[in-house]
Design a protein around this ligand. Structure first.
Ligand code: G6P
Length: 483
């Protein structure tokens, strides 16, 4: 139930992210009842919610409603400190700088990043708002964990305001190579902002390496192993920040429990039946984002239908595309393109009885997602660039019978860990078509061997490991490395 802490409560542990882990579920919810909020389904929330409930910490973030002031409240045992954003902040800081500058820049410039000074000014201003909220609520010597690209200036701002704090930062998306990062007019300020942290976590070692090369190149920092030595004007070391990979994972137990739940198994059977019991069900699950390679996937699938290698009577591709960032232009364009393509494919290949692509522009609760994973013989993860991709890990975890095939793009963080997947380069359409045909016809024994290997990796590396590893490293005493 929702209760309010006495005003002025200070916390020893705080997580800071752009979004709070809750969404408004009724328009008239008031801050006094918890009926107004429900836990949001994202990966970050599932990752950190158990820890937050246990650690008696607080979560600082935006509550998702522009121009609305919400006082601190608690929900399902988590203390939440809302940060207010005006409609201008949302347009310039969130839709603009975060999602039309940094997002494409950090994902291999798949879409052209836009650079606008007014967006940058707003990013600075809003990062300050988040840092101020943390400063106000953090106990002396508290541990603060800042999340993701929307808040890269917060570590430095916090260190200046509160040198007593221990500050960690985790970047959920890729960190680009310096050759691409160089385009950013404010590259120095971003690196400097991040270097306020004691520990910087990245998904892959190559992301940490890219960051350290940028710190050297753009700020003249010296890099020793995993340490970045920040120097003052006189050349003396003023601060040591460490940078390391901590690949994020999923709540394994939650997914495998759901996958063994008879009601969900029954639901997965129902899904196949509703599709007319095709021999093969293929599945894609993504936020509707240009980084996910949905167009490439549809192109490959359309060619297979065209060549008769896949027949609409035998196979259906379910594409779940959850609505995302709908006011950002590139996302609007992408939606039109995907929906045009799906319409074209279905118009060409559907029969009265069968559909080639079952396209769903919705987001679903985790129970339905697991039923979909159980219903799918082939999972398609074809991202052009992705920090991790938790869908790949969820699919594997849900396949408790060691059946099914995962097609996985090399350009995801998950490919570092799921080496027994059918790895593809999504730009290579012929290669992707071959992989799809291989997955559709994968011998049972080979499928089992691959799935077993991948399940083993995930079962021993769940999300609790991730947060414990990161927080353990954050609390280590740093010995200066001069090697
Ligand atoms: C990615 C980012 C997260 C973000 C999520 C949803 O996973 O790494 O920081 O919260 O996408 O995007 P949204 O813009 O809706 O928060």
């Amino acid at each position: 139930a929702s209760k309010r802490r006495p005003a002025g409560t200070k916390f020893d542990f705080m997580v800071v992210s752009n979004r709070l882990p809750v969404d408004r579920c009724t328009s008239e919810g008031t801050e006094d009842d918890d009926g107004g909020w429900r836990r949001s389904p994202g990966g970050l929330v599932t990752a950190l919610a158990p820890l937050m409930t246990k650690a008696d910490g607080a979560w600082v973030g935006w509550h998702g409603a522009p121009d609305e002031t919400v006082r601190p409240f608690s929900h399902e045992g988590m203390d939440l400190v809302p940060v207010q954003l005006s409609s201008d902040d949302v347009e310039l800081y969130y839709e603009g700088f975060s999602n039309a500058t940094l997002w494409p820049l950090y994902h291999d410039v798949i879409a052209p990043p836009e650079f606008h000074r007014a967006w940058w000014d707003s990013y600075r201003k809003v990062n300050r708002k988040f840092a101020d909220a943390v400063s106000r609520h953090a106990a002396d010597g508290a541990t603060i964990w800042v999340q993701d690209y929307q808040l890269q200036l917060v570590p430095r701002l916090l260190r200046e305001a509160r040198p007593d704090l221990r500050i960690g930062f985790f970047n959920h998306i890729p960190f680009p190579p310096p050759e691409i990062f160089a385009q950013l007019p404010w590259r120095k300020e971003i690196i400097d902002g991040l270097l306020g942290a004691d520990l910087l976590g990245f998904q892959r070692p190559s992301d940490a390496g890219n960051f350290m090369r940028s710190a050297r190149r753009f700020l003249g920092a010296s890099v020793k192993q995993q340490q970045v030595h920040v120097k003052g004007p006189d050349g003396a070391i003023t601060h040591i920040a460490r940078a390391q990979a901590f690949p994020i994972s999923i709540a394994v137990e939650q997914i495998s429990d759901l996958a063994k739940n008879p009601a969900i198994i029954e639901r997965s059977r129902q899904i196949r039946e509703d599709l007319g019991n095709p021999k093969t069900v293929l599945l894609g699950v993504d936020r509707l984002d240009y980084t996910k390679g949905i167009r490439h996937r549809l192109k490959a699938y359309e060619e297979l239908l065209d060549e008769g290698l896949i027949k609409v009577e035998d196979a259906t591709l379910i594409q779940v595309a959850s609505p995302s960032r709908e006011r950002v232009e590139q996302y609007r364009l992408l939606r039109e393109e995907i929906e045009g393509t799906v319409g074209h494919i279905n118009g060409t290949y559907d029969t009265i009885q069968n559909t080639a692509v079952r396209y769903l522009h919705h987001s679903y609760p985790v129970e339905e997602m697991v039923a979909l994973y159980l219903a799918a013989d082939v999972m398609l993860v074809t991202a052009l660039r992705d920090g991790m991709n938790l869908v790949a890990k969820e699919y594997v975890t849900a396949r408790t019978q060691d059946t099914g095939a995962l097609i996985l793009s090399e350009f995801t963080g998950a490919a570092d860990q799921l080496k027994q997947a059918l790895l593809i380069n999504p730009h290579d359409i012929d290669g992707m078509k071959n992989a799809i045909m291989r997955a559709v016809n994968l011998p049972v024994r080979e499928a089992r061997r691959r799935m077993k290997g991948m399940r083993k990796q995930i079962l021993t590396h769940d999300v609790d490991h991730w947060s414990a590893d990161f927080l353990g490293a954050l609390n280590e005493k740093v010995v200066r490395d001069d090697s």
